[in-house]
Design a protein around this ligand. Structure first.
Ligand SMILES: Cc1cc2nc3c(=O)[nH]c(=O)nc-3n(C[C@H](O)[C@H](O)[C@H](O)COP(=O)(O)O)c2cc1C
Length: 160
């Protein structure tokens, strides 16, 4: 090893892509056994059960989540601290904050596509995301999308 302090391993090859059943936590376990530096396991951790299984199999103390945290934004805390999954009104507040940040600066042009991609994940966990996605799917301008998100946020806060 060339002086690395720690390593995060996603247990797949590039060719595997995200194909189901290709994750190799067992190989992460081998890597973890052979290295003295901390190894973090990554790949296909969608909830607490997966996290526990992955930790037992790999022996890794730390885990990294990616797509699961796009489905459920507080997945990390949910796994580590048993915090309840973030509720939809809170997710909408987060999306509004995200849209405010993303629309500033030179990355604003990517915002419409990025937020739509994020909804692809959110819809896996939150059935409420469908209705909101239907509205923003046909919008192309960042300001229109941001307004639609803010309206959705206002509505859920009104309903509560
Ligand atoms: C939207 C998105 C962006 C990503 N960006 C990067 C990146 O910039 N560099 C990288 O090494 N991996 C990147 N990945 C891969 C993830 O870090 C992670 O290794 C992979 O998604 C497997 O973890 P998961 O099953 O929890 O999603 C990205 C994945 C997603 C879904």
């Amino acid at each position: 090893m060339a002086g690395a302090d720690e390593l995060v391993v996603h247990g797949r090859t590039k060719r595997d892509g995200y194909k189901a059943g290709t994750i190799r936590w067992d190989l992460i376990a081998e890597i973890n056994q052979q290295l003295a530096i901390p190894v973090t396991a990554n790949g296909d951790i969608w909830g607490r059960d997966d996290a526990l299984k992955c930790q037992v199999l790999t022996g890794c103390k730390t885990l990294m989540v990616c797509r699961g945290a796009l489905n459920m934004p507080n997945l990390g805390q949910h796994i580590r601290d048993d915090v309840a999954p973030m509720r939809w009104p809170e997710v909408l507040r987060l999306l509004v904050r995200y849209s405010e940040q993303e629309r500033q600066g030179d990355k604003a042009v990517y915002f419409p596509n990025r937020i739509k991609q994020w909804f692809k994940y959110l819809r896996q966990y939150y059935p409420q995301a469908d209705a909101c996605f239907k509205v923003i799917r046909v919008l192309n301008r960042a300001d229109e999308i941001a307004r639609a998100l803010d309206n959705a946020r206002e509505q859920t806060e009104f309903i509560k």
